[in-house]
Design a binder for this molecule. Structure first.
Ligand code: FAD
Length: 403
């Protein structure tokens, strides 16, 4: 059987590109297809509105892939502390990296920088083909492999096709894989703002009955706002002029960093929860948002996706060194078993959080405040939460274990 590539990855976002980098020196041939290549990155340009809080585990994966130094020196903001507090009560939790014996809790990084850094090592590698602009138009799977037709009638036969094309994955749809999904009826309004007081390399998150508002520290001293709101409220906030928007944010954040003084342009992303019934079939695997999308309140989407990529790479590399077919269902099932439980647990936890904090009934408010304060006082539980969110506990793939 002739294959054009051993692995075809559709979607070169952070997750798909990370998988390609993890496989690029394995001896396997890789094709990475995307509707668009990342734009060149230059530290003098305006910051991308899409920023991610990435965990220690993600940092370790990026280190192991050899791209972290370039990212860190370009434009990254570490955060060392995190304050989470409840608008409807007295509860608050404070996380401090020093208490955990770590230098940092995580990092705020732009999506455009991550993509740029992950595509760079893929260029000029003989075994890697970058195909763009390209989108999948047809997919068929038989006993020996998968055949993917890309726009422009380009056909690729592969041992394994990986869908990494995000929450609206066309590849997943072509394969006929069903998802369980629910729209939250909310949008996340994002902007970069300047505040009266410095962010002190701290991530701030206040839970309002309407949804959480997060202030994340940026490398240029501003903060990145992620404000989850119901559709109608989001519309109203987006329609405000700059002064009105800043005043609304000052109020929503209880002026924790003083007044919000100025704002960049704003953007809004619809929020949804989505989980694919199947992560794998013979010769097909789903990773990242193509397999699961979740509420951004804990900033975990990219982090879970990078763990998917690291686990799938590990499973593929092991099968390849053992001379097994990397598209074999049994091989791919190992990836699914490893990741599905973790991803589902995170989706359920975030859903529960969202519901708990949206409830304005007085008894719920009291319990919530008491709960937050109890977590804050009970150090072992707080540390266990923090280590989980940082990706430092659980069954980690080799790429996320660090030295
Ligand atoms: C407001 C907001 C804030 C967030 N904050 C955080 C955070 O702080 N931390 C965190 O970990 N996560 C965060 N997330 C989640 C995060 O954005 C996603 O989990 C992450 O982007 C998923 O990465 P991905 O590579 O799987 O998919 P995507 O980033 O969606 O990338 C998909 C790629 O596929 C390409 N593509 C799409 N369709 C096609 C097609 N038909 N053909 C070819 N290519 C295609 C796209 O061009 C893109 O390059 C946030 C999400 C939102 C909405």
């Amino acid at each position: 059987m002739r294959y054009d590539s051993d692995v075809v990855i559709v979607g070169g976002g952070v997750v798909g590109a990370a998988l390609a980098v993890a496989l690029k020196d394995s001896g396997l041939t890789i094709a990475l297809a995307d509707t668009r290549a990342p734009a060149p990155f230059d530290a003098g340009m305006e910051m991308d509105l899409r920023v991610f809080a990435i965990s220690m585990a993600s940092r370790r994966i990026l280190e192991a892939l050899g791209v972290w130094d370039d990212i860190r020196t370009a434009r990254v903001s570490p955060y060392r502390e995190m304050y989470v507090w409840d608008a409807g009560g007295q509860g608050a939790v404070h996380f401090d990296s020093a208490e955990l014996g770590e230098l940092e809790l995580g990092y705020i990084v732009e999506n455009s920088l991550l993509r740029h850094a992950l595509w760079a090592p893929l260029r000029h590698v003989p075994r890697v083909t970058l195909i763009h602009p390209a989108a999948p138009e047809a997919l068929s799977i038989d006993a020996d492999g998968a055949e993917l037709t890309l726009s422009g009638s380009r056909r690729l036969r592969a041992r394994l096709v990986v869908a990494a094309d995000g929450a609206e994955s066309a590849t997943r749809a072509l394969a006929g894989i069903e998802v369980r999904s629910a729209a939250y009826g909310q949008r996340a309004v994002v902007a970069h703002v300047r505040t009266e007081q410095p962010h002190a390399h701290t991530a701030w998150q206040r839970f309002l009955p309407t949804g959480p508002v997060a202030f994340l520290p940026l490398a240029d001293g501003r903060v990145s706002v992620v404000w989850s709101l119901d559709e109608a409220q989001a519309e109203r906030v987006l329609a405000l002029d700059e002064a009105g928007f800043c005043a609304a944010l000052t109020e929503a954040s209880e002026a924790r960093l003083g007044k919000v003084l100025s704002s960049s342009a704003r953007a809004a992303f619809p929020l949804q929860r989505l989980h694919a019934w199947e992560y794998v079939r013979a010769h097909l695997a789903l990773v990242g948002d193509a397999a699961h999308a979740l509420h951004p309140l804990a900033g975990q989407g990219v982090n879970l996706g990078l763990l998917d990529a690291a686990v799938l790479a590990e499973v593929i590399l092991l099968a390849h060194t053992q001379g097994r077919d990397i598209g074999d269902f049994g091989v791919l099932r190992r990836y699914e078993r490893w990741r599905k439980g973790d991803n589902l647990a995170m989706i359920a936890a975030l859903d529960g959080f969202k519901r708990l904090f949206s409830n304005d009934a007085a008894p719920v408010r009291m319990l919530r405040s008491a709960g937050l304060s109890a977590v804050d006082r009970f150090t072992p539980l707080k540390h266990a939460f923090a280590r989980r969110a940082m990706g430092l506990s659980g069954d980690l793939p080799v790429l996320a274990r660090g030295n």
